[in-house]
Design a protein around this ligand. Sequence first.
Ligand code: FES
Length: 358
Amino acid sequence: MAQDDNSGAELAAADSSHAAHASDASPGTALIVQDAFENPGFPAHRPRVTDENPQREKRAQRTVYTLFYLSILGSLWAVAAYMLFPMESNNPGDVRLNNLFIGLGAALALLALGIGIVHWGKSVMEDVELVDERHPIGGSPETQAAAVKVFTDSDRESGFTRRSVIRNSLIGAIVVFPLPALVLFRGLAPQDQLPVPLLSHTMWRKGTRLALDPSGAPIKASDVTIGSAFHVIPEGLNDLEHGKLDEKAKAAVLLMRLEPSELNELPERKDWSYDGIVAYSKICTHVGCPVALYEQHTHHLLCPCHQSQFDVANHCEVIFGPAKRPLPQLPIAIDDEGYLIAQSDFTEPVGPSFWERH
Ligand code: FES
């Protein structure tokens, strides 16, 4: 009970002090000065083992540059693995080995680089504690001089200039690290062909039959009822031994049939459709996702990636979303047996609009 009384007295004292202080300050900014924390200062400095034992310091330095050399080895191994474990055969086992060994090389490179940098900072760089007072942001000569001093001090403390083996091995590791990415990106395109002409043409030729994806069965015009939509590939695509997926990624087509009276065709494309059946590239002109959703009643095609919409009744012009140009149209006709065939390749590059510039 006595304790309760004391607590009450302290609270009353604090309240009166608060009230006295608050009377000089605007509402909402008053502070109880006695509540401010004392600055505890720095804890006592504890030297590291590398500060006290020169042999341990040497060992730490060796560890740091060994890690940087390991990083270089990892990057080089990733490049070598790309050559040693090719995946051109499209065999899943080869692809797995290729990914595994490239990944191990890149992981080793990044891990050794990261650990080396941390170990350098914790064990080899000078261990001093500093107070950096806040100061106004500005470019006064004093500030610039202070910045130069910081760099100079950092250089002295880290030994960046002095410890040339560590510095050079770090620079080597950083320079070599992007090498696997460069090799991998170039490897995405066939080595003996230029990427731009390769992407400008597809498998469609005059007379190539339109076939169902994925079975490859040719499609008769009479099979395409009004309101239906088909996913289409060129006949013969499934027989390709190499590059089947690359060719499909360019040649995939959507086939739809509308009432001929609902089609608003461009004058120069009047003979590109057959009795209300039209074929358009399935590759979105934004960034190349497959445009896979067809709304039968509105005749709109929707790309699920970023919601671009194309109006099939109006030569697939863009009516919504980030795509910048209509889907390219494949000119079609029928052959003697009533099968749908292409009149030619696309007359413009399919896919993202970038390729249209070439
Ligand atoms: S890829 Fe189709 S909208 Fe972005």
